[in-house]
Design a protein around this ligand. Structure first.
Ligand SMILES: C[S@@+](CC[C@H](N)C(=O)[O-])C[C@H]1O[C@@H](n2cnc3c(N)ncnc32)[C@H](O)[C@@H]1O
Length: 231
C-alpha cells in the first residue's frame, strides 16, 4: 500500500479502532508492562517521541506511569490523532504533549528525544530501503544512546507463519473481530503488510542507524525490539 492508502485505512477505522481491538488488551498490556521496564532509567523529565501514535494507548500508559515526561505524538491520520488528543485531554496530560498530524519528516524543529515508541507502524512500509529510511528518520530525532522500541508483525515464512497465523486469526475471532474483518486482515497480511522474518526486521532497524536490536517481546505474530542510537 502507498502511504496515502495506509493513512486512508486508518482515517476510516479511527472512530471504532479502540472498540475493535479492546479485547486484545492482554497483549498490549504485556507489551506496555515490559516497555516501562526498558524506559525506567530515562530521566525524570524525559521527552518521548511516539511515531504512529494512533489513538494513543501507549502514550496514555507512559503518561500515567511517568507524570513528568513530555511527548511528541506523530501520526499522518488526523482522525486517529484526534482520538489520541481527546484521550490526552480527558486523562489530563494534553499539556505534556505536542501533536503532529503528518509524517516524521514534516515534524517542525529539531528537538532531540530520549526515547521513541513505534508500535505496529513500520510493517506498512513494504520496501526495505524505505523502511530503513523510516527508522533513520527516528534515529535522527533521538539523543546519542536514545532508545527506540518498535513492534511489528513478524515471523519466519512457511510452516511457522501458517501456525502462528491460524492461532492469530482464532484469537482475533474469539476477541470479537468480525469474519469480514478477519478476511480483510488475512488478505492484507499477504499484500499490504510486510510480515517478514525477525532477522530481517533486525537488519532493517540496524540499517536505519541503530545499534544491534534486541527482541524483548513476542506474543503470537507480534514481536517488539529495542535498539539504541550510537552513544
Ligand atoms: C496499527 S496502528 C497502531 C497505532 C498505535 N501505535 C497502537 O499500537 O495502537 C498504525 C498507526 O500508524 C500510523 N502510520 C502509518 N504509517 C505511518 C508512517 N509512515 N509514519 C507514522 N505513522 C504512520 C497510522 O496512521 C496508524 O495510526
Amino acid at each position: 500500500m502507498r502511504a496515502d492508502e495506509v493513512k486512508a485505512v486508518f482515517d476510516q477505522q479511527a472512530a471504532g479502532y479502540d472498540t475493535q481491538w479492546a479485547r486484545m488488551s492482554p497483549i498490549r498490556n504485556a507489551l506496555y508492562f515490559l516497555l516501562e521496564s526498558l524506559f525506567v532509567d530515562l530521566p525524570s523529565t524525559a521527552k518521548v517521541l511516539s511515531v504512529g501514535v494512533g489513538t494513543g494507548t501507549e502514550l496514555a500508559h507512559l503518561a500515567r506511569r511517568f507524570p513528568e515526561w513530555r511527548f511528541t505524538a506523530v501520526d499522518p491520520s488526523g482522525p486517529m490523532l484526534e482520538v489520541c488528543r481527546r484521550r490526552a485531554a480527558e486523562e489530563g496530560f494534553a499539556a505534556r504533549c505536542t501533536f503532529h498530524e503528518g509524517y516524521l519528516d514534516s515534524l517542525p524543529g529539531v528537538e532531540q528525544h530520549d526515547a521513541a515508541t513505534c508500535f505496529l507502524v513500520s510493517q506498512f512500509i513494504l520496501d526495505r530501503a524505505e523502511r530503513a529510511a523510516f527508522f533513520r528518520s527516528i534515529a535522527t530525532r533521538l539523543v546519542p544512546g536514545g532508545m527506540l522500541t518498535s513492534s511489528d508483525l513478524a515471523t519466519e515464512p512457511g510452516t511457522r507463519y501458517e501456525t502462528l497465523l491460524r492461532a492469530w486469526m482464532n484469537m482475533m475471532s474469539a476477541g470479537g473481530v468480525s469474519p469480514e474483518m478477519l478476511d480483510r486482515l488475512r488478505k492484507a497480511y499477504s499484500t499490504d503488510v510486510a510480515v517478514i522474518s525477525p532477522t530481517e526486521v533486525e537488519s532493517i532497524i540496524a540499517a536505519g542507524g541503530f545499534e544491534t536490536p534486541t527482541q524483548f517481546f513476542q506474543t503470537g505474530l507480534i514481536r517488539a525490539w529495542c535498539a539504541r542510537t550510537p552513544g
